[in-house]
Unconditional design. Sequence first.
Length: 356
Amino acid sequence: MKVKPKNKAYKATNLPPGTMAYKGKKLSLKTVIDIINYSSQTFTKIDSNNVEDGFNFEGNKQVTWININGLNNLEDIEKLGKHYNLHPLTLEDIVNTSQRPKFEEFQNYFFVVFKMLYFNDSNLLQYEHLSMVVGSDYVLTFQEADGDVFDDLRNRIETSKGRIRSQGADYLMYAILDAVVDNYFTVIEAIGDKIEDLESSIFESQNNNATTPNQIQQLKQDVLKIRRSIFPLREVVNRLEKSDNSIINEKSQSYIRDLYDHIIQVNESIDLYREMVWSLMDMYMTIISNKMNEVMKVLTIIATIFIPLTFIAGIYGMNFTNMPELQAENGYFILLGVMVLLFIVMLIYFRKKKWL
């Protein structure tokens, strides 16, 4: 069956700069907003569908974290952007799921784009576009849909564990990035286990079936997607560390440096696993080739054994009247004995050569 090539139409969309256009696949009917307002002494948490509920905490000398789920609801995001005076290009990048991780500084805030990776309830790896706007006393995070890696962070804020309640918005920014990066280690560890399991199965002959190349290809695609999501974040954190913006407290710089070290470690691990995945297909093809060589060796030995036997049978199968041995009384049995003897001698020879 011949597979017909798909005719895809590739059309460039040249929209004006600052135009919000969500192209993702995770659609939500309502904008879900998680609002957390805290200080060292107070804590308030609100779950809402109204963006304007997050405007009531401004100017209270506390830290406000507003998390928005649902990037397809552009009107709500635009309202939030107008209230916090966000640049139109910032709003454009918030809903642009193809935007690579980046860091930008503006007059009253800075903007960070990165990718969040996590396993859902079905143990499937999720790739999610995540944006963060950080001001002097607020942090805005925008994600595509429900589900994230911030449950432990929310619990630390609520129960006042650690130092987060006594720090500012810059430390909350660090804590959010740290939660995302820590989950990268979990994802990479799972990918590493898959690679090791597949590598072990390739060496077992009973598991080298037709699905093995597909499994290797799927792993290769997953590793490349993870690398595209993680690798640019090194540059983001590096620029964040070197920033002299007044929003970032000097005490937070040491934590950001530690975060940068984690990013380097994650990138080194993913590069190692990428090399391992790329070598899996070569390993698989080498093992298959070796097995084929073993089969061909056995067939060649069998053919070699039967060549002299076939030669003798061919000589005495010719229909000449005056062949001397044709009239011998025991010629048939003598010829069979010679053929059996040749067979046994050649087997012994091949055994000594360790070809069998």
